[in-house]
Structure formats: structure tokens, C-alpha cells
Design a protein around this ligand. Structure first.
Ligand code: HEC
Length: 150
């Protein structure tokens, strides 16, 4: 026989969850598991989506040269200063003004110089790009670490 908990108990439980901060915030990425992309295709996407115009990738050859003045070029990868996790990297690509680097200099969506390609980039290209870029960051935390389901 199953018993239904009295409504009051359910209500109290909910109040407990809310006040103890156990309910994920609306924008929580908890439970989001990233599928792995393809590194070589990520490199192609980097060229197709014109990322090379403003960026070089440390230790990676065979990319077209940047098209902006050399002192403005932002090198991706290498010793990580601010970008520390897979999530940071993903954010830097799909919501540049919210990246750690951009927030550090107080950017808003309105004055963010990095364009988004969200309207044209496929989800697969996004995953491939992150798979291509993440190993170039020397101290980036291992992929998926925070995202594995228990
Ligand atoms: C018009 C120039 C421009 C283009 C094109 C561009 N970016 Fe950026 N990107 C920037 C700037 C400027 C920053 C520095 C942070 C900021 O101001 O948002 C940046 C920051 C980043 C960062 C964070 C760097 C770090 O380690 O903190 C990543 C990752 C990145 N871009 C990836 C890409 C990818 C992938 C593409 C192509 C889809 C791309 N960018 C296209 C200008 C550009």
C-alpha cells in the first residue's frame, strides 16, 4: 500500500529546499553534460567562422593569419590567466561579454567587440570548437569534471 505524504509535509520540504539553497537557480548548468566534439573539425570551424581574424591559437600552426593589427590580436590557449573551465570557454564563444576575460574589463553586451556567431554556428561546430581549443589551454581544468552526473 502506498501512502501519500500529507500536503503540509510536502510544503515544509519545499520551503526547506528553497531556503537552504538546494534548488538550482534558474540559470544553473547543473546536470548539463557536454558531448565531446572533434578536434580536427573544430580547427576547420575556427577558420570557417572567421575566429582567426582576431585570434591566434598558441602552439597551433596552419591557421590563416589574423586580419587585425598585431597588437590587437588575442592569443587563445597557453598559460591560462582567466579562462579556467570548459564552461568558461563555452561562455567566451557563445556569450562573449559574459566571459571571465570580458567581465574583468567591465564589458557589457553593448560594447563587446567580439561578434557572436550564434545564428550561424551549428551545435556540432560549437562542441568541436571547444574540443579544439580546450587542450591548447595549459592549465584548463579537465573536460567534463564538473558536469558528470553522479
Ligand atoms: C572581431 C574580433 C573577434 C573575432 C572575429 C572573434 N573574437 Fe574571440 N575575442 C575577441 C576579443 C576582443 C576577446 C577578449 C575578451 C572580450 O573582450 O570579450 C575575445 C575573447 C575570446 C575568448 C576568451 C579568451 C580567453 O582566454 O580569455 C575565446 C575563447 C574566444 N574569443 C574565441 C573565439 C572564437 C571561437 C571565435 C570564432 C567563433 C572568435 N573568438 C572570434 C575578439 C574576437
Amino acid at each position: 500500500m502506498t501512502t501519500t505524504p500529507p500536503l503540509a509535509t510536502v510544503g515544509l520540504g519545499l520551503i526547506f529546499l528553497i531556503t537552504s539553497g538546494c534548488l538550482p537557480s534558474q540559470k544553473s548548468t547543473k546536470g548539463f553534460v557536454f558531448p565531446e566534439g572533434d578536434l580536427a573539425r573544430g580547427k576547420s570551424a575556427f577558420v570557417e567562422l572567421k575566429c582567426f581574424e582576431c585570434h591566434e591559437v598558441e602552439g597551433v600552426g596552419g591557421l590563416p593569419p589574423p586580419e587585425i593589427p598585431a597588437d590587437k590580436v588575442i592569443v587563445l590557449g597557453g598559460e591560462v590567466r582567466t579562462t579556467k573551465t570548459y564552461g568558461d570557454l563555452l561562455t567566451a564563444i557563445i556569450h562573449p561579454a559574459a566571459s571571465v576575460t570580458a567581465r574583468a574589463v567591465g564589458r557589457t553586451d553593448a560594447d563587446e567587440p567580439m561578434p557572436t556567431v550564434n545564428d550561424v554556428m551549428t551545435v556540432q561546430q560549437m562542441l568541436d570548437l571547444v574540443t579544439f581549443l580546450s587542450p591548447q589551454y595549459v592549465k584548463l581544468e579537465p573536460l567534463y569534471q564538473d558536469n558528470l552526473l553522479p
